[in-house]
Design a protein around this ligand. Structure first.
Ligand SMILES: [Zn+2]
Length: 336
């Protein structure tokens, strides 16, 4: 559809990948999101072993419509995997033992509008039924004053269609698995690439899997000593209401498995510093403008995503933690 190509090149690219993908790629439409006179599909894709006893990784992008680069990072990885399917024996082995899910564009209406919120002016990352009681950041942390102001939390009685679709999907596909990792790709905060984990609602209360998060960070930093991510709880920067990963993490607790949600916050102030004209564009701070910079971003996270898939596949080689009390103490020392 021409409109889609013009307004939403990412959705057009996704549909092109789907159309040319081998049969191994499973495709679901989780919801149809209204946008003007159209309904935009909210896709979820998967590759690999669907058995609930196997670990999984979920890659999410486009929660915030302005942050197109997040969707592009997920699509770039999907494209690479689809190519590798044809020849890569290591990938075949990986997919026999784990499942890889993709939700590359959670908020298609927001991206079509070129704004952060969804089509109802609700910020999906403030939309879950979670209240921060320690003093959320003013406005930015979620507000119900006006939908004219960003960061609106939406209604109290039900979630937005996109948030509900994500919650249903994660509950159905991940909660029963022994181990799963999520990487939700965003941009716009600071000048360094950060990996954030819950909670966003509390600076005092660490998640129950703090030691496991700390161990995952150790694995990443020891395995890739030249990497450049900062790995920390989101609450170190600001507190907010309604974070979907806070909500899903807490919901998962009833299943007694391990779900570790990460948010990749790609530091975009760097891109702005190198190209101040960006501040004038509607994408402003959230997307690198120059093609060589986009390409650099797209390739720079491939190692991270490969690492997360390998860490999931091999979770039994590092979990349960034999020295959990020690790691817990180190994690509290570092972060709390
Ligand atoms: Zn974001």
């Amino acid at each position: 559809m021409q409109l889609q190509q013009d307004l939403l090149p990412e959705l057009a690219q996704l549909e092109h990948l789907i159309a040319s993908a081998p049969a191994d790629l499973r495709v679901q439409v989780l919801a149809k999101v209204p946008h003007m006179t159209q309904l935009l599909p909210l896709y979820a894709l998967s590759l690999g072993n669907t058995g609930v006893n196997k670990p999984a990784v979920l890659l999410v992008g486009g929660v915030h419509g302005l942050e197109r680069i997040g969707t592009q990072v997920v699509l770039a990885y999907l494209q690479t995997l689809l190519q590798r399917l044809a020849w890569d024996k290591c990938l075949q082995h990986t997919l026999e033992h784990c499942c890889i899910y993709f939700i590359p564009l959670l908020n298609p209406a927001g991206m079509a509008n070129g704004w952060r919120a969804n089509g109802n002016s609700v910020d999906l990352m403030r939309n879950a039924p979670v209240d921060c009681v320690e003093g959320a950041a003013w406005l930015v942390g979620g507000q119900r004053i006006s939908r004219m102001i960003p960061w609106h939390r939406g209604r109290t009685d039900k979630m937005e269609i996109e948030s509900q679709a994500l919650v249903n999907f994660v509950s159905a596909e991940l909660f029963q698995r022994p181990f799963s990792l999520v990487l939700d790709c965003h941009s716009g905060f600071g000048s360094t690439d950060r990996l954030w984990f819950p909670y966003a609602k509390s600076r005092r209360q660490p998640i129950a899997h703090l030691a496991e998060m700390y161990r995952l960070r150790q694995l990443l930093f020891q395995t890739y000593p030249h990497q450049n991510y900062i790995f920390e709880p989101q609450a170190q920067h600001y507190l907010c209401h309604g974070d979907l990963w806070d909500y899903l993490y807490d919901q998962a607790a009833a299943y007694n498995n391990t779900l570790l949600p990460l948010t990749l916050e790609m530091g975009s102030w760097n891109w702005v510093r190198k190209n101040p004209f960006q501040l004038l564009s509607s994408l402003g701070m959230f997307h690198p403008v120059k093609p060589h910079r986009v390409r650099r971003v797209l390739r720079s996270h491939l190692i991270l995503i490969n690492f997360l898939i390998n860490a999931s596949l091999s979770y039994r080689h590092w979990l349960p933690l034999p020295d959990k009390p020690q790691l817990q103490a180190e994690a509290v020392q570092l972060w709390y």
